[in-house]
Design a protein around this ligand. Structure first.
Ligand code: GLA
Length: 738
């Protein structure tokens, strides 16, 4: 099994197929230290790496220099106030206002089943190690939880904090922390803004603190709860990479602190800013889980480990491994200006083209003719949809299409019946006018009565018609924080309670409608995180549907999240966000890297584009399995070379692969390009076919010959120059005999 414990020496070794993670307890008084995280090793006793001899501290022999010991020991879960002056994982305040805390080892336990809190990982082939730490003065118990699966190169950590004696206030309670040496490491984070989410940033790690966080109540467009700590020579193919990804959908904190001895402390958890949790005697607090991944196959290996972990042990939906219906969403087609006739016309044309589901976006309820009103009034606008929702859904079903619907359940418009009835349900500080964003407020769904109301109106709609898909949107951050139900010393719990409320609601929804396909969304991709993936197998990646901007968004997203989770649609041009015109064909190739769908008025797009849709539908059916279930390899990055982009999806048994190549910029006097494939079986022989959009068939590509996998991966293939900008090509690499 993956976890080995040397109880005598108090060494804990967690092995995954290719990595080892080791922590151990120092001599008296027993501090838990981080020893090693890297390539799998056999020896467990590598405790010399704790370097306790350099700054010895053994209270019974030498009490003189405790603080120098505390300030350099590689604590596995560092606590504030007793001599470790670096950033810490835990800060606790007593009712008197004292904040000193010191954690000593108190024991361990091991379970052979994984049934952690939601959101979190699951699976039968895993083990959970609990290491117990204690602060006797505070009556505080800290349980460090480590989950490991035998099929996955990831360590999942979280922490449970229990007050056994007195009331305590958690000012900071991170999910995980660990220390390592900085050997010229670089830090990768994913940053952006609305319509430009998750672009990759990389920079050398310097002394002091560096990191990212959200204080918006959601994950945010701006930053991701992800850290990549990589060796200087790390590429997509080689070098060392540690990935840290918090499984959480609210205010997060992810940072690295380089201390005086060039050692790094890597931390992640709930953002301590504006957070506090009151722990009465006997109460406990459970942090979100965080996934750690180590790869010595560079960023590619890191991504593949995250993808496998999330596909096999996090996403729960019954749609997890199924082909998602190709949907057409009416947002960019009509915005608020639609009625049942228009939707049925779109559905009719879509059905004729092979599209499988119509999604009715914002604007179908209350008096919602623009974004100024009606959020909260989840009853159908019969002026728009004459005869009601069921009639429309039945009409769409009769055309052979499934039906999906948009909600923004967490919101309330000041101009809504709901607000007029319950103004106190909106988050606002009494006596202060709360700030609007998109002319809306946020419902305080930390309150049960509010959640119960939201669930009831949602299920009334879902029970009323055959709705098979829900897009759950969230279009503004939280501000002006106050919850009318919480006492003063619990107000700082609101942001976390809000996120727990979202989880509870989505959990309830999926329990009641297990076959429902749920897609999360937040003004595009502001809630693209592993927490949401527990409830929805796909998330709308970005409101930017431009194929070229998407190359960068999807590259950053795929660094951590499986391609099967990336909501991606073909839209009309000039693109509504950037005004760019790209070939319809290329838009299809880029959307194929995600869930694949359409976001356009199919009755009005140019006839030659419409004519291509049946072929694209076929393309999706031919290749979606490779994309959704395969291993992802990055071949070239447009964000680095500014000329072209390329990625591969390789079947787990290496019998086939799909290569996408996008020539973003044509170049004068341009040669063909040689690219090296990845992920194939070196000993297998493969043939290469191009997907031809015109004939909707595969045609041999390049010299008509069979190549060995090692030739394709080391010597490479030639991609002929494609005439023009924004051109793409799709190659299917098939092993002989398969
Ligand atoms: C958000 C979503 C869009 C669309 C609009 C509707 O911006 O990201 O896809 O649903 O809301 O208002």
């Amino acid at each position: 099994m993956p976890i080995t414990i040397n109880a005598g020496q108090r060494i804990f070794k967690l092995d995954t197929p290719n990595t080892s993670y080791i922590c151990a307890v120092s001599d008296e008084p027993g501090y838990l230290g981080h020893v090693y995280y890297g390539t799998r090793i056999v020896d467990e006793d590598v405790t010399y790496l704790l370097r306790t001899a350099e700054n010895p501290y053994v209270p019974s022999q030498n009490r003189r220099d405790k603080l120098s010991f505390m300030d350099c020991y590689p604590f596995e879960y560092p606590a504030h106030g007793t001599g470790d002056f670096r950033e810490c994982a835990l800060k606790v305040r007593t009712e008197e206002g004292y904040t000193a805390c010191e954690l000593h080892y108190a024991g361990y336990s091991l379970e052979d089943s994984v049934s952690g809190p939601m959101p979190g990982v699951y699976g039968e082939n895993g083990q959970v190690l609990t290491i117990e730490l204690k602060d006797e003065c505070l009556g505080l118990k800290v349980l460090l939880k480590y989950t490991v699966f035998d099929d996955c190169d990831a360590i999942i950590r979280h922490t449970e904090i229990i007050s056994t004696g007195m009331t305590l206030y958690l000012e900071r309670a991170l999910s995980a922390s660990f220390d390592m040496d900085n050997d010229g490491c670089e830090l990768i984070t994913l940053n952006g803004t609305w319509a430009r989410e998750r672009h990759i940033d990389r920079k050398p790690i310097a002394h002091g603190f560096q990191g990212v966080y959200s204080g918006r109540g959601e994950t945010s467009h701006q930053h991701q709860p992800f850290l990549g700590i990589v060796s200087k020579d790390c590429t997509y193919i080689s070098g060392e990479a540690i990935g840290v990804n918090l499984i959480y959908s609210g205010n997060f904190y992810a940072g690295v602190y380089e201390g005086q001895f060039d050692n790094l402390r890597i931390m992640t958890g709930i953002n301590p800013e504006d957070f506090e949790w009151k722990l009465g005697a006997g109460e406990s607090f459970t942090t979100p889980q965080t996934a750690l991944v180590y790869s010595k196959e560079g960023l590619g290996g890191m991504s593949r480990a995250f993808h496998d972990l999330y596909r096999n042990h996090l996403i729960r939906s019954t749609w997890k491994d199924k082909a998602r219906p190709i949907l057409i969403n009416n947002w960019e087609a009509t915005y608020f200006d639609f009625n049942e006739e228009k939707l049925l016309a779109i559905a009719k044309e879509a059905a004729d083209s092979g599209i499988e589901m119509l999604v009715m976006d914002d604007g179908w309820f209350g008096r919602r003719n623009d974004d100024n009103s009606s959020l909260g009034d989840w009853f159908v606008n019969e002026d728009k949809l004459k005869g009601g929702l069921k009639k429309l859904v039945d009409g769409v079903n009769a055309l052979g299409l499934k039906f999906g619907i948009w909600f923004e359940p967490e919101m309330i418009s000041p101009d809504s019946d709901l607000y007029r009835a319950h103004p106190d349900w909106a988050i606002a500080v009494p006596g202060r006018t709360a700030g609007l964003a998109r002319n809306q407020y946020v419902l305080d769904i930390s309150r049960k009565e509010v959640r119960d109301h939201v669930f009831k109106v949602l299920s009334d709609i879902l029970d009323n018609a055959n709705i098979e898909y829900v897009k759950w949107d969230m279009n503004r951050p939280l501000s002006d924080l106050a919850s009318l139900e919480l006492p003063a010393d619990r107000q700082k719990e609101l942001s976390h309670r809000y996120v727990l409320g979202v989880y509870e609601l989505q959990g309830r929804l999926m329990e009641r409608y297990p076959g429902l396909l749920l897609e999360n969304c937040s003004g595009g991709g502001a809630r693209y995180d592993a927490g949401m993936l527990c409830y929805s197998p796909q998330i709308w990646c970005s409101d930017d549907t431009d194929a070229i901007e998407r190359l960068m968004i999807q590259e950053g997203t795929a660094l951590v999240y499986p391609l099967s989770t990336m909501g991606a649609h073909v839209s009309d041009c000039p693109n509504h966000t950037v005004g760019r015109v790209t070939p319809f064909e290329t838009r299809g190739y880029v959307a194929l890297a995600g869930t694949f769908g359409y976001e356009l008025d199919i009755t009005r797009i140019p006839a030659q584009d419409r004519a291509m849709i049946p072929g694209q539908v076929k393309m999706y059916h031919m290749y979606h399995e490779l994309v959704a279930a395969g291993d992802y390899y990055r071949i070239a990055s447009y964000s680095e070379n500014r000329l072209y982009d390329s990625w591969m999806c390789v079947k787990k048994d290496k019998s086939g692969a799909l290569l996408t190549f996008i020539q973003v910029m044509g170049r004068a006097n341009c040669h063909s390009r040689r690219i090296k494939l990845q992920g194939l079986d070196p000993g297998k022989t493969y043939r290469i076919y191009r997907f031809d959009m015109e004939s909707v068939s595969e045609q041999p590509y390049g010299p008509e010959k069979a190549y060995r996998g090692d030739t394709l991966m080391n010597a490479g293939i030639i991609i002929n120059s494609l005439w023009g900008d924004y051109k793409g090509i799709l190659l299917h690499i098939i092993s002989e005999g398969s």
